[in-house]
Design a protein around this ligand. Structure first.
Ligand code: FES
Length: 129
């Protein structure tokens, strides 16, 4: 049986919103799929501990219909990704804000993600504001 995969569009906010789309297999992480496609994403530990690989979910297939009247358009990261192990580098509020660790996350739906070093910078800056 053919493997399920989902198209994930990567968008670099710090590179004039350059985008690339990769097909990520069900049992593959976004980072692994990007590497297979020769796309360089930042990473450190590859175990969900350091946060270097953090991306931010911008849009997920089906999010609009699930959002109902909510004007913000609810994007639930827990519906969009499954984690291989616990994402230790993210606090609950980061997960609620759509941040996702690309080294251990496999998509469950097609989606668009902000990636690159600037996303991790947002994350580490926030707690001190
Ligand atoms: S590379 Fe360290 S959390 Fe993903």
């Amino acid at each position: 049986m053919a493997k399920q995969h989902h198209d994930v569009t990567l968008e670099w906010p710090d590179a004039d919103r350059e985008t690339r789309t990769v097909a990520v297999d069900e049992d593959e992480t976004v980072l692994e799929a990007a590497e297979r496609a020769d796309i360089a994403l930042p990473f450190g530990c590859r175990t969900g501990a350091c946060g270097t690989c953090t991306g931010r979910l911008l849009e997920a297939d089906g999010a609009e219909s699930a959002a109902g009247d909510d004007e913000r358009g609810t994007i639930d990261v827990t519906d969009a990704f499954s984690y291989r192990r616990s994402p230790r580098a993210l606090k609950d509020r980061h997960r609620a804000d759509g941040y996702v660790l690309l080294c251990i996350a496999s998509p469950r739906v097609g989606c668009r993600l902000a990636v690159g070093a600037s996303v991790h910078t947002e994350l580490v800056d926030n707690p001190w504001k």
